[in-house]
Design a protein around this ligand. Sequence first.
Ligand SMILES: [Zn+2]
Length: 400
Amino acid sequence: MSVLQPPPVAAAAPPQAPGAQCLGPLFLGSDIYRGSSYGGQHPLRVARVPPVIDLCRALGWLPPGRYRASPRAKAPLLALWHDPDYLAALQQAEDLARAGLPAPPDWRTLYGLGTLSNPLYPEMFRRPATGAGGMIWAADALAAAPAGVVHVPGAGTHHGLRGRAAGFCYLNDLVLGIVALQRAGLTRIAYVDIDAHHGDGVELAFAGQPGVLMISVHEEARWPFTGGLRDDAGGNAFNLPVPRGFNDTEMRAVLDRLIVPRVAAHRPQAIVLQCGADALAEDPLARLGLSNRAHLAVVAALRPLAPRLIVTGGGGYNPWSVARCWAAVWGLLSGQDLPDRLPPDAAAVLAALHWHGGARPRPGPALLETLVDAPREGPLRPDLLARLARLAARPAPLVP
Ligand SMILES: [Zn+2]
């Protein structure tokens, strides 16, 4: 059938316990992110999750019952997917870092630990294990409910590999969440990744599994240099590399011609959205040009396509644009009116943020006083349309 047909009704969920209630919307956060840093030279020296929490609190968007502290997953649960020897090394590396001691030098090559991108730091196991614990908790709770929504901004580590750290990611909380959904009996899952970087770790984990539809939209010719247009991971991955300056107009075309029709045709029981904020125009690590309206449009379009939705964070290295984007996403998910101008308490959260080093200037008033960006429309480039047409011509994965 054509992928452009109207969305069919989502697939039936596994049997529910009698009287099962819809879940959420719930926000999973943690204080582990407060004061924790990858080090003064690293892009992840900036605060990300705490300002999202503080901004949402200042807006009155986290009343009791909406916020929940994310549990921290222990190694046996992480071994649902990760190699036990790697998990043991990661825990030991944290112990060494807390004691101010170095890890064995060969762990750089063996496990990717102690590199420039994945340095040793005192929360290097507990922090990613909190994102993973949140994802596994969200997956289990959603699978047990007929429907629901969970926002886990501390999760989204899509580069983590089974037995090594990569690309600022020590664990792959997205893979663990999807594995937990599968373990709970869900057979049709859609994974959508709008981070500026290709979701390579997730793709490797579910390559060749037609029940997991994977769509990644990412900047072309950027690390990790995977996720080419022809890379289909055995049929269930749709990769769209996009050019520099990728704008809101183009994202709307991607949504209308790729994301919505493919996800709808998959009839997912659950959707996992990696909502990385590094495709925003102000991000220092990528060269895309979106406004956070594009992220909100993706969330709004996905919401009706499955009964269950988990939205994570991901990349994002401008602390002002990250906090605004993920707070606005929570506002949308939890049914709030998004204000034109932030009230003083909320603006104070943004005013208190810092780059924590480097020579970058503080942002202008738009990033300090508003939540939702002005639209960043632009040309719809023919090359992007040609790529979308190529992907639209591919068959859907054959789910048994
Ligand atoms: Zn990224």
